[in-house]
Design a protein around this ligand. Structure first.
Ligand code: OAD
Ligand code: ZN
Length: 399
């Protein structure tokens, strides 16, 4: 992966691992107050060094999906936070980033990039915007159809359990699945709107405008000042939206269950969310592989806040390994929601098919958006989920 140098520090970063809480990024991003950060650090120290009296309470009767489902049906579970990534959309036909062979970063050879992530780096983009727009054209979905996993999150909302869904994806499938703006934190931005990069202009453009440029292979330039126009997705080297930092402060104090789905947890500051839940909050990972585990070195030092599924000290983390859709179906079954979930998916997919049928379009031509939604989705050109930094630069994009 792309090595970024120190100059990139302060923005979204990838591959930093999930052990770093990335406190800098928060304060630089204007969401987190210094006091909250101090609390966070105090808790971290108290937890990991055994300072203070905090002893985690074990709230799951068993570290399995069944254990989680029983907890979800208890009075204790009122607020579920989902944190999700590209893996929840692969069954909709949108590639993820890092899966060997099929992930986007393994398939960018034709773009002649210095390294794969360059395609989502703001500085590279300003100099060489063409690869990004070519990729956007290539990946622009003909239809936006959320997956079983997206509809499972919608069911959480309908059951009154969803506190928030933090997504790294820019495909807007959460919105199409029926989540409202209020339910969501689109941590890596959205393709729905675009802005001129001219610092004194910043004119906003619509998805239709951008789509037309993308498909006419014209590099989008501002009609007012001729600067480059970029979709509002967060690139490496940019800041996450203030909403991410603001809501994180309150949501992660209230969360009773953290549900992590379809993410490698390789990009900061998003990945650090797993470390922000209270000490006794259970964390369920539904993913093809285990992610977010403690860095062995940090663990040795006793400074780990990553996931612990397997050690003898494991007390709250559960990994369900497999397809997100199957994991959600299995959990729905244990909760007694399986029929409801299947019905919802069927109904919503039929509505989307009917709409796209009316639009008379198939495939990915410049056309029509997605279905459904209030907000029409946008194209996922690669879901840059966050524009966080790659592991070496840290999180705050911005500055
Ligand atoms: P990744 O591609 O890094 O990780 C996807 C994870 O989902 C991997 O662990 C896969 O094994 C898993 N996975 C894929 N398909 C799955 C399926 N059907 N069922 C279950 N698991 C599945 O994607 P993200 O973690 O979302 O940012 O990547 C984070 C950020 O890195 C993106 O937002 C993007 C990227 O660089 C930017 O571009 C700024
Ligand atoms: Zn302009």
């Amino acid at each position: 992966m792309a090595e970024r140098d120190a100059a990139g520090a302060g923005e979204i970063e990838a591959e930093r691992g999930s052990d770093s809480p990335d406190s800098d990024s928060d304060s630089e991003n204007g969401g987190a107050s210094g006091e909250s950060e101090m609390d966070f650090l105090r808790h971290l120290l108290s937890r990991t060094l055994g300072l203070g009296s905090e002893k985690p309470e074990k709230v799951l009767d068993e570290l399995t999906l069944d254990g989680v489902s029983r907890f979800m049906q208890s009075e204790k579970c009122r607020n579920v936070v989902c944190i999700v990534g590209a893996g929840i959309s692969t069954s909709a036909g949108i590639p993820d980033f890092r899966s060997p062979g099929t992930g986007l970063y393994a398939n960018l050879q034709s773009y002649n990039l210095p390294y794969p992530e360059a395609i989502f780096e703001i500085n590279y983009f300003k100099q060489h915007p063409e690869p990004f727009f070519a990729l956007a054209r290539e990946l622009y979905p003909g239809q936006f159809k959320p997956t079983v996993c997206h509809y499972f999150i919608r069911l959480l909302k309908e059951k009154g359990l969803l506190l928030r869904c933090y997504t790294q994806n820019i495909d807007t499938l959460e919105r199409v699945a029926g989540l409202d703006q209020e339910d969501l934190v689109e941590a890596h931005g959205t393709f729905f709107t675009s802005h001129c990069l001219g610092s004194s202009c910043k004119k906003q453009y619509t998805l239709d405008w951008m789509k037309e440029k993308i498909f006419s292979t014209v590099t989008p330039k501002c009609d007012k000042c001729q600067s480059l126009v970029k979709p509002d997705i967060v690139f490496f080297g940019e800041s996450l939206p203030p909403r991410f930092f603001t809501l994180m402060q309150s949501d992660f104090q209230k969360v009773d269950l953290l549900l992590i789905m379809g993410t490698s947890l390789q990009v900061q500051p998003f990945a650090s969310l797993v470390s922000r839940v209270p000490t006794n909050t259970p964390r369920l990972l539904i993913n093809k592989e285990k992610t977010g585990q403690s860095d062995p070195f940090m663990s040795l030092m006793g400074l780990s806040t990553g996931m612990d599924f397997d050690s003898e000290k494991a007390y709250r983390d559960v990994a369900w390994l497999g397809e997100c859709d199957e994991g959600c179906t299995a959990l729905a079954e244990l909760l007694g929601w399986k029929n409801e979930l299947e019905e919802l998916v069927k109904k919503e997919h039929s509505a989307i098919d009917a709409k796209s049928g009316q639009a008379g379009e198939a495939g990915r031509s410049p056309s029509p958006p997605p279905a459904g939604a209030t907000a029409s989705p946008s194209p996922p050109p690669a879901k840059p989920g966050s524009s966080p930094q790659k592991e070496s630069d840290a999180g705050s994009k911005a500055e």
